[in-house]
Design a protein around this ligand. Structure first.
Ligand SMILES: NC(=O)c1ccc[n+]([C@@H]2O[C@H](COP(=O)([O-])OP(=O)(O)OC[C@H]3O[C@@H](n4cnc5c(N)ncnc54)[C@H](O)[C@@H]3O)[C@@H](O)[C@H]2O)c1
Length: 334
């Protein structure tokens, strides 16, 4: 059985805990750390795990195989480096880090320790997105003419100590929210030749909306990420992809979520067998376990079967991080 030490018991920590529970007997949270002890206790209680009031102490003392980092982004690197240096496998929530030099340090440490590392780019594991990737790779509807991705959210006021709304700790909506689409775009179309980005900012000059054109020459690719909306505004992730012979439209929360309008006039609705695996109860802007469950299933199965991590690797995730940094620079800086 794989023993998991979960660090950070907020929104994502709760989500991961629900996923490990759904994964069953081969994986178990045996230690939880949070500076707010009651939060760690809430998750640990259900899992009968040990409680720590700091991530460093958990890495130092807990008898675990995996460290799962669900901390605010500015704390990812130091914890991931410590865990790798202890020879532990590491799962790091996205965005992998906050600063370019942290990306370098993470890569160097992984090389030095031969570390097993995966990053939480859950969209690579979201069924409607894996469907799209397959449709593109297999040219099911011909080549892509244009692809537009959207990710829009109410203002994330729920985070611990307001860290998400502080660009010096979160990297703003561009790095925190929009990176999901940047990473997915890279995973299906490769590295773009360049980016052209525009941003809207809040009263503190922090980016709360970014729109990027990714330059590929043979197709138009755009993505918008925004979290400046009112509390009642529903979170939504969407895409609209025009192929030579059809257009695929996805909108989270809609039924059906994905509709394919074929050039011949036909309309189809690909169906996805969603496992009934419960929902997260620790807040945030999203409550499906889907992609989160799938990525942690992949991560733990690769470890159990002694296979390499090939999806959402550290190296890939740092490339996506660096591309978002280029977008932010292009939009006038943080
Ligand atoms: N994959 C996704 O879709 C997704 C969605 C939301 C958040 N995230 C990412 O997950 C990470 C966590 O975000 P969140 O929304 O859960 O934030 P959150 O504020 O809800 O939770 C962070 C937790 O870390 C704890 N904490 C703070 N400093 C600590 C320390 N030094 N040691 C131990 N605990 C500490 C806080 O008490 C809090 O419980 C971020 O990197 C975020 O970008 C990913």
């Amino acid at each position: 059985m794989l023993r998991v030490g979960l660090i950070g018991a907020g929104f994502m920590g709760g989500m991961h805990a629900a996923c490990y529970k759904a994964l069953g007997l081969n994986v178990k949270i045996t230690a939880v750390a949070d500076v707010v002890r009651e939060k760690a206790e809430k998750i640990a209680g259900a899992a009968e795990a040990e409680v720590y009031d700091s991530g460093e102490k958990l890495i130092e003392s807990a008898d675990v195989d995996i460290i799962d980092i669900c901390l605010p982004t500015y704390l990812h690197t130091e914890h991931a480096v410590n865990a790798m240096n202890k020879g532990l496998a590491v799962f790091i929530e996205k965005p992998v880090c906050l600063l370019p030099e942290e990306g370098e340090l993470l890569l160097q440490t992984q090389k030095k320790t031969n570390g097993i590392v995966m990053v939480g780019h859950c969209i690579r594991f979201w069924e409607e997105y894996t469907w799209l990737k397959k449709a593109i790779e297999e040219e099911l509807f011909g080549k892509v003419i244009s692809a537009i991705f959207t990710r829009i959210s109410p203002k994330p006021t729920w985070a611990w100590d307001g860290w998400l709304l502080d660009p010096d700790r979160s990297g703003s909506a561009a790095l925190d929210l929009h990176i999901h689409d940047t990473d997915f775009i890279r995973s299906i179309f490769g590295e773009p030749r360049g980016v052209v980005s525009e941003a809207a900012r809040d009263n503190n000059r922090a980016i709360n909306q970014i729109l990027t054109s990714y330059i590929y020459r043979d197709k138009l690719v755009l993505a918008e990420g925004a979290w400046g909306y009112p509390p009642s505004f529903p979170f939504s992730m969407e895409y609209r992809v025009m192929f030579e012979h059809a257009t695929a439209v996805y909108k989270s929360g809609s039924i059906p979520s994905l509709v394919v309008y074929e050039s011949g006039g036909g309309v189809s609705t690909p169906e996805f067998k969603k496992e009934d695996i419960g929902t997260n109860v620790t807040g945030g802007n999203f409550s499906e376990l889907g992609g989160y469950y799938n990525e942690l299933k992949y991560f733990t199965e690769q470890i159990i079967n002694q296979r390499e991590i090939e999806e959402a690797t550290l190296e890939e995730s740092i490339k996506s991080f660096n591309l978002v940094i280029r977008e932010i620079d292009n939009a006038g800086g943080l």
